[in-house]
Ligand binder design. Structure first.
Ligand code: AP5
Length: 221
């Protein structure tokens, strides 16, 4: 198996396909797939203090404050399993998060991340978001329109129940997209200036996006 040995970040609007691709790439390289969204949802499910703070914010489609997210990320990437690289989806999401992340990476012996920008027209993500269903057991991602399960409501891999995320309701999509445009989209210019940004047309098929992502990650640098 090839070694990743770098931090890869998937940046893009809600529903662009970051989680779908991050799971696949991390599996290919045998490294952790990290997602601040998943970490926060786990805190909510466990009823931790952080989960209690994050829940109403996420349900409104807003970003959780940097201070809470950064503490959680620091603990996670200092874990030994991140020593051979990792794939981050949904982080960093603000310029302050990106600056802190850069410092943290330096301390862990990494360069700035390879950033894959999932570029897509916001009008296209509504169907992807409202159609998304996730397995309660494995977190496998499906879509009732684009990637339906063989048996409705049941995961193809383990038969687990499928659920819809509370923030995937249609009325929460607009505030999520607005938060992206205001707070996260400036990271495109930030990482482009650092020479670390690579664009992918995220409106293409899952297979085509995977191919492009792999090409970027494998390119010598
Ligand atoms: P988070 O969980 O990170 O969600 P997100 O960024 O809004 O992204 P999504 O998970 O909605 O989409 P995705 O791009 O991963 O798409 P997916 O692959 O699932 O964040 C949730 C909330 O947590 C935030 O709103 C915020 O409150 C908080 N939060 C998280 N991180 C934070 C941070 N760093 N700072 C502050 N707050 C934070 O695909 C979507 C659907 O499309 C699926 O059904 C899939 O099957 C389908 N699909 C995927 N690819 C394709 C394709 N190529 N063609 C057709 N269909 C496709």
């Amino acid at each position: 198996m090839d070694r990743l040995n770098q931090a890869v970040v998937f940046l893009g609007p809600p529903g662009a396909g970051k989680g779908t691709q991050a799971k696949e790439l991390a599996k290919k390289y045998g490294v952790p797939h990290l997602s601040t969204g998943d970490m926060l949802r786990e805190c909510i499910a466990k009823g931790t203090a952080l989960g209690l703070q994050a829940k109403p914010i996420m349900e409104r489609g807003e970003l959780v404050p940097d201070s809470l997210v950064l503490k959680m990320v620091k603990q996670r990437i200092e874990n030994a399993d991140c020593s051979f690289g990792f794939v981050f989806d949904g982080f960093p999401r603000t310029v302050a998060q990106a600056q802190y992340f850069g410092e943290l990476l330096k301390r862990c012996g990494y360069t700035q991340p390879v950033v894959v920008h999932f570029a897509i027209d916001p009008a296209l993500v509504l169907k992807r978001i409202t159609g998304r269903r996730m397995c309660k057991v494995s977190g496998e991602i499906y879509n009732i329109f684009e990637r339906p399960t063989k048996v409705p409501g049941r995961c193809d891999n383990d038969g687990g129940d499928l659920e819809q995320r509370p923030d995937d309701r249609e009325e929460i999509v607009a505030p999520r997209l607005a938060a992206y445009a205001k707070q996260t989209a400036p990271l495109v210019a930030y990482y482009r200036r650092l020479g670390r940004l690579h664009d992918v047309d995220a409106a293409q098929s899952v297979e085509e996006v995977s191919r492009k992502v792999l090409e970027i990650v494998r390119a010598p640098r």
